[in-house]
Structures are given as structure tokens and as C-alpha cells.
Design a protein around this ligand. Sequence first.
Ligand code: SF4
Length: 343
Amino acid sequence: MTANAIKDLRKALLDWYDANARSLPWRTEPGEATRTDPYRVWMSEIMLQQTTTVHAAPYFHAFTARWPTVGDLAAAEDADVMAAWAGLGYYARARNLLACARMVADEYDGVFPDTEAALLRLKGVGAYTAAAVAAIAFGRAANVVDGNVERVMSRLFAVKDELPAARPELKRLAGLFVSDHRPSDWPQALMDLGARICRPKSPLCEQCPLSFGCAAFKQGDAQSYPRKAKKAERPHRLGHAFVLRDGKGRVALIRRPDKGLLGGMLGLVGSEWSAAPEYSPPFAADWAEAGTINHVFTHFSLDLTAHVATGQADDPALIWIDEAEALASLPTVFRKALERALA
Ligand code: SF4
């Protein structure tokens, strides 16, 4: 795309934004000389992570009414802030919000730093938020790239590479549009386009101010962008667990090695977990199959077959524990297998 084409697209989007900008509680009007208070921009960006504008708006009003400055928020009681955040979800954000406000109050005399690099050092402020605050509050020419911007760029340029590998290229393409001309309005214009016109499903290309220069629109397959890599299927494994009962209400457990999955936790004696584990009972006993439970770990799913027997085993590694206590102490996968064995 030529520099002139970029310029034309920028002008078209900013003109559209002047006429169609969403009215949001943390915004000033497009082109307005007075920039938005960085405290309000920062708070809105933290609240909008994982949350819609409609859901975040009443919280934004309540927070800024109760704590109008970053100094007021820094001095707030933790419990008050957490209670005010209730219902907004992802509570680590509220803890980071407070920690960040205290950093700004203590280390920056209550004044938000005005560069991306300095903003990035604040607690809970990632690359996107730092760029957004630098651009919107301080008029810095920052490359503000979130999922909306990635989607618009992937369509404008018909980027065939799949996400997430395409991310650096999409960021580079977004950077072509960054300019000292209206740096505060540009990211907000892109955000509004992504929210209202270049939507993930059913983009409204016929109403789009950028359609004249959009490769995906010309191809007629806008919705197929951004291309996404298929998620790898979770592998499936099998295993056997052996529940030895002593006939006095106790069951034999082991302590798992410190390293690895469920490291250091109590567990049942058992086989390896693999595509075809060997069935080899660890002790001679009259083993009976009790059934199979399924458990899903982050990286694989497991069918674990429980076997049960009553007897003794002379093995110092075994930890004999009351059955009720064992049920309360085992990690979920083993608790499910023990429940099946005891049923
Ligand atoms: Fe998105 Fe369609 Fe506009 Fe292209 S023309 S930027 S696909 S809404």
C-alpha cells in the first residue's frame, strides 16, 4: 500500500469518526483541544479489559465520583475498592488498579507519566494500555493494537497468515497509520470502527469508510479474516490406579515426586499415563476393576481405571490414611478414582 493510500484511508476514517464517534463517559469529543484526564483514560482501559463498554460505564461513573483523582484512589481502603469492583469480574484487575494508583501517588507525585515506556512500568499496565494512555491522554503517536485493530488490519490487507503467528505483521501494518496528526483520535476512531462496522461477524462493509481501500472487501470474503490457526486437539491418555484397602477403613497412598504434574501431592499408586499404559498391579492381591473416571488437564485428558483390593503390602513408601481423610486430601483426579473404587 502506498503512502498516499495510507493517507487517504486515515482521512476517511477520521472524517467518519468526526461524524460518528461514540459518546463514552471517559471521552472528550473528537478533535477537542482539552485532552482527557489520564486517570480517567487509564481507569477506563483497565475496566474495559474483558468487559464491554455498556457493562463498564456505570462502574466508571461510580469510581470517578467516589475517587475523583488518582490520589483519592490511592488513599482508599482495599476493602472499599474491592467491594466497589464487585460484579466487574477478573478481580486481579482491581488489586492492580489500587497498586498502580499507589505507585503513581508515591513515586510520581500523583501525576501519571506521559510516555509509553514509563507507563509500562506501572503495575497492571501492559503494552496495549500503555500505548492507549500515551496516545489518548498525552497525544503521543503510539501504535495502539488490540484484537479490534488486528481484525481491521487483517481485512484491509487481506493477511493470509494465521493468528497468533500473524500478530507481529498486523502490528507492523497498524504502525503504518500512526502519525503525529490527531494521534489521540486515531486509535479511538479505529476502536469505534472495529466495534460498530468492522465487526467480527457480519462486518458492515457497505457502510464502511475504508471499503474503497480494503482488500478483503474487494475479494468479497471479509468475514474470513483474521485467519486463525486451528487449536491443537488435546491428546488423550489412559492410566490405571490401584486402591489397596486394609480392611480397617484405611487406604494406601503415596507422596508424588516434587517435580512434575501434581508434584508433592498425595496420590494413588498407579501406572504411567500414556496412550497404552501397562496394566501391572504393584502388589499381589485379588484386584477387581471398579470402573473408569475421566479427568481433563490443561494439556491432555485422561481415562483412569480404578482397581480395588483388600490386603496388606510391606512397602515403606506407602502412607496408610483413613479413607475419609484420603478423600479430603487427594487432588481431584485421584479423589474421583478413589470414590469410584470405594463405591
Ligand atoms: Fe472491515 Fe469491511 Fe471495512 Fe474492510 S470494508 S475494513 S472488512 S468493514
